[in-house]
Design a protein around this ligand. Sequence first.
Ligand code: NAG
Ligand code: NAG
Length: 478
Amino acid sequence: MGASIIAMFFFTVVVVVHVYASERPDDMYRESLHRDSHLHRMYGIRNAFPKRDSSSVEMRSVQEAGPLPPSGAIVYHVTSYGADPTGQNDSTDAVLKAITDALNGPAKGALFEGIANLGGARVNLDGGNYLISRPLLFPVSGRGNLAIHGGSLTASNDFPADGFLIDLSSSSNSAYNYEFTTLRDLYLDSNYRGGGIRVKNSLRTTIDNCYITHFATTGILAEGGHETVIRGSYLGQRITAGGDPGERSFSGTAIALAGNDNVVSDVVIFSAQTGILISGQANLISGVHCYNKATGFGGVGIYVRLPGLAQTRIVDSYLDYTGIVAEDPVQLTVANTFFLGDAFVLFKSVKGVMSGVTVVDNMFAGSGKGIEIVQMEGKFDQVDQVAIERNAVRGMAVKTTVARASVDGEGPSWTADLKAALLFPNSIKQVQYTFVTDAASYPSHFLRNVSDNKVVIQADATVKARVYITADQGGSYL
Ligand SMILES: *[C@@H]1O[C@H](CO)[C@@H](O)[C@H](O)[C@H]1NC(C)=O
Ligand SMILES: *[C@@H]1O[C@H](CO)[C@@H](O)[C@H](O)[C@H]1NC(C)=O
């Protein structure tokens, strides 16, 4: 599938080139010949088609303004704007100029209403590492189909403490600021000042294969808008491979999702106070490995700080000595996730609501200290559709909403005390049991009592029997 996506991408670029070449008015093209960025664009065309010998066509077109060469593919090389790829001199103005030219470059049609389509323009960081002293705040908004890729940005010692290296927060007249912006193959070093990337009120932003470090505030902040996809990336405040002596003082948040419908997939978060902070709805977290700061030091792997309808799915992830915290969860799924090192799921009560919560098919592994896999802080008194079951637990204490027991005895009553395993105190909504006996008689038996999470089965005779009991706290029954 990866190969076909790449193939489609190139196909799209070629088509766009063709369309521009055939439809762009001559005078617009000539005007562009005199613009600063012309040569970079030519260079960009060469880069885009490295195997084609197009230099003669380009030279002729520059000198004679002859037949139109393909001029739609536009690559803005920051080194051509005077950016210093060695990271010695401040490159803020040069990189911003390249971004500004890209945003003001030729557009054809629109993506979402009010978002001009830049046709796949690229700002190429040319594999350099650039010193940046002010946020690269996109100066123009209402643009889409643009990529910045291929290099490193390092914040200077006087970079603003509340800034982000790349900042897509300029507001626009459109309902959204930007659409289909791709930030790829970037190393962002915030130099313990400010954050890495801020995306505000934008649509379909891709952050792919980025390494974001030394942030003081937030590595990636997605505010408003929707469908920011953060994938295949690494975030850590300090560069460590675990067991860091300074772990206690890790601070900041690696990823903050303050909006809806975002995706974080295949991401490693190796240092931060909070790995992912979620305060919007319908976000999907998948394949994320958090070892940002251990719970024991006060860290949180994934924090769903949205009391009420969260509609959050956390799946196929790896919570490594740091856990998940959710406030008043309503529609939250945690599944197929591996919790290592006594990591657990904590539900915090705000108004005491827990509804539509599923914590199933996970693995928990701990140190044998009896840490419970699911814990509650405060009282929950509005609970329904909560399923915490089928978790594989080793070296930790099981907490579940569906407990099973078998009790042997001679009666007349058989008691299963399920207090230790059941999550909610004194709450059993349904019991099923099987009464097995070799006795020659046919004793009558019934469910006598479920008070205090103890199930009592009683018979009218004293017989040797085994009773299998399943008690469910969570379901909602018609
Ligand atoms: C850095 O700036 C100095 C002084 O302006 C200049 O001489 C030098 O060429 C610049 N270095 C690079 C790599 O741009
Ligand atoms: C059920 O058990 C509780 C204590 O465990 C007791 O207080 C209560 O009276 C019992 N109810 C019945 C119907 O036996």
